[in-house]
Design a protein around this ligand. Structure first.
Ligand SMILES: [Fe+2]
Ligand SMILES: [Fe+2]
Length: 454
C-alpha cells in the first residue's frame, strides 16, 4: 500500500521535473531526456495496474487518484502547481494506451511549447496526442457544482466563513494564508460562471451582522463577474478576485470603534481610517504567493480616477485596471449598508454612483457594471417620468437604463384594465424620449406581484 502511494508521489515529482527541464532546455537535451524517461517509466508502471491515473491540482494541493498527496515541497512542486493553475488545468488523466510519444507531448505542452492563446487540451488534440485528458476537478463537497439560489447560498455562506477566518488570522498577527483564500476564489469563480444571477442576488442581502466578511466576499464576487464579462483570462480573473477579497485587509489595524461607528467619522478618526490602504498594501506585499496585483489594489482602491480620494498627494499615477474594477464593486457594495439605500435596490445604488461618476469611476466600466447587475431587471417594478408605474418586460441589450415596460398603473395609482407596452429607448419626432424610467418601485408598496403583470 505504502509502495503504491510512493509510486504516485514519484510520478508527480517526475512529471514536474520533466516539465521544468523542458521549459529550460530543448526537448532532446540529455537532462530532459533523462527526466522524461523517469516520468514515462512511472506512468507506464502505474497504468499497468489500472485503466487510468489522475493527477489533480486543487489550490496548492496535488491529488493522485483521489488520494490526497500532501506535498509540502518547496519550490519545485510549487512552480509546477502554479504552472497548472495559470493554464487553468485542474486535472490530468493518463489512460491505458498512452505511449511514450503521448507522454512526451504532454510534457512539451505543459512546458510551454504551445502558442500562448491555445489551451493545452486543444494543442494536444492538434498534435494527435491521445489517451491524455486535461480538465477540471469535481471537488467533493463543493456546492458550486449545483445551480439555483439554495446552492448559491451554500457557496456564499462558506465563502463568508472562510473570509472571516482569513481576517481573524491576519488580525492575530499572522499573515493571511493564501491557500484557503485561493480556494475561496476558486469556489466563487465557478459559481459566477455557473449561476451568476443567484450569486449576485445574494450580494444584495441586507440583513448582515458580519459586514466586514460579507463585504470581502461581495466585492470579490462583483469583481469576478466584471472580470469575466471583460473576457479576462481565467488566471487573471482569479488574481482580480483575490485582490478584491483582500482589498480592505489593512482595516485589521483600524480600531473597532472607528470601524463600527454608525455616525460620521471625525477628521481625526477619518485620518486613522485612511491608513488602511497603506497598511493593507504592506500586509499583502509580505504575504507569500499573493499576486502582485493585491498590494497595488489595496493601495489604490480609494484614489479614484481623478485622484480625489486618498492617499493624498498622489499625482501622475496610472490606476491599475483591477483597481478600477474593484472600486466600482467596493462602492456599490458599501452603499448596500447605508441608511439611505436600505431598500437594497440596485437602481438606487447605481444612481448614486452615476451622480458622482464623472472623474470618479471609469465610465465604460461603470456602464458595463450596470449592465451586469441589471439596473432594471425584467420583472422589476418601475416608476416612469409620466408618474405611471409598470413592470419591466425586457432589458435593452445596449442600454440598461432604457428597458421595455408594461404600464399597469395610471399616474393616479389606479390599476389599469388595459396595460400598455412602451419602449423607453424610443425617441419621438422631436428627438426626445417621451418615456423614461425614474426609479425602481418596491412591489410591496403597491401590493402587487410584478411577475403576474408580465
Ligand atoms: Fe477600503
Ligand atoms: Fe471596501
Amino acid at each position: 500500500m505504502r509502495r503504491e502511494s510512493e509510486q504516485r508521489e514519484q510520478l508527480v515529482r517526475r512529471l514536474a521535473a520533466a516539465v521544468r527541464g523542458a521549459s529550460l532546455y530543448a526537448i532532446d537535451h540529455p537532462v530532459v531526456v533523462r527526466a522524461l524517461d523517469g516520468f514515462t517509466t512511472s506512468a507506464l508502471a502505474l497504468l499497468q495496474r489500472g485503466p487510468k491515473v489522475t493527477i489533480g491540482c486543487i489550490g496548492d494541493d496535488l491529488v493522485v487518484d483521489d488520494t490526497k498527496l500532501l506535498l509540502k515541497t518547496g519550490a519545485s512542486l510549487g512552480g509546477f502547481t502554479r504552472g497548472l493553475r495559470d493554464q487553468d488545468i485542474e486535472k490530468i488523466t493518463l489512460e491505458t494506451g498512452a505511449t511514450e510519444a503521448d507522454l512526451k507531448g504532454l510534457v512539451e505542452a505543459l512546458a510551454g511549447a504551445k502558442p500562448g492563446l491555445v489551451s493545452v487540451s486543444d494543442w494536444l488534440r492538434t498534435r494527435a496526442v491521445r489517451h491524455i485528458a486535461i480538465g477540471k476537478v469535481a471537488i467533493e463537497d463543493d456546492p458550486s457544482d449545483n445551480t439555483g439560489i439554495a446552492a448559491a447560498l451554500k457557496v456564499y455562506r462558506s465563502a463568508t466563513s472562510i473570509a472571516e477566518q482569513l481576517w481573524q488570522m491576519a488580525k492575530a498577527g499572522e499573515l493571511p494564508d493564501p491557500a484557503p483564500a485561493r480556494k475561496l476564489i476558486e469556489m466563487l469563480t465557478r459559481m459566477v460562471s455557473r449561476d451568476r444571477t443567484s450569486l449576485m442576488a445574494l450580494t444584495a442581502l441586507k440583513k448582515q451582522d458580519t459586514y466586514t466578511f460579507t463585504h470581502m466576499v461581495n466585492v470579490a464576487v462583483l469583481t469576478i463577474a466584471q472580470a469575466r464579462s471583460l473576457n479576462l483570462a481565467p488566471s487573471l480573473t482569479r488574481e482580480f478576485g483575490l485582490a478584491a477579497l483582500m482589498h480592505d485587509i489593512g482595516k485589521i489595524h483600524t480600531p473597532t470603534e472607528i470601524l463600527n461607528k454608525p455616525d460620521k467619522l471625525t477628521k481625526e478618526e477619518f485620518d486613522i481610517m485612511k491608513r488602511h490602504v497603506v497598511d493593507g498594501a504592506s500586509i499583502l506585499r509580505r504575504t507569500p504567493e499573493m499576486p502582485a496585483l493585491a498590494p497595488v489594489v489595496a493601495f489604490e482602491h480609494h484614489l479614484r480616477l481623478d485622484r480625489s480620494g486618498y492617499p493624498e498627494n498622489i499625482v501622475d499615477r496610472e490606476l491599475n485596471l483591477c483597481t478600477l474594477v474593484v472600486t466600482i464593486a467596493d462602492v456599490f457594495d458599501a452603499l448596500r449598508s447605508k441608511r439611505a439605500y436600505r431598500e437594497g435596490l440596485a437602481s438606487a445604488r447605481v444612481r448614486a454612483m452615476m451622480a458622482e461618476a464623472s472623474g470618479t469611476y471609469h465610465p465604460t466600466l461603470l456602464r458595463r457594471f450596470i449592465n451586469l447587475v441589471g439596473m432594471f431587471p425584467a420583472g422589476s417594478l418601475v416608476l416612469l417620468n409620466t408618474d405611471e408605474v409598470g413592470v419591466v418586460t425586457h432589458e435593452h441589450p445596449a442600454d440598461p437604463l432604457r428597458p421595455q415596460v408594461r404600464i399597469a398603473f395610471s399616474a393616479h395609482g389606479e390599476r389599469l384594465e388595459q396595460t400598455r407596452l412602451v419602449n423607453t429607448w424610443e425617441r419621438n419626432e422631436r428627438g426626445d424620449y417621451p418615456y423614461a424610467v425614474v426609479e425602481s418601485v418596491d412591489p410591496s408598496m403597491l401590493q402587487v406581484d410584478p411577475l403576474s403583470l408580465l
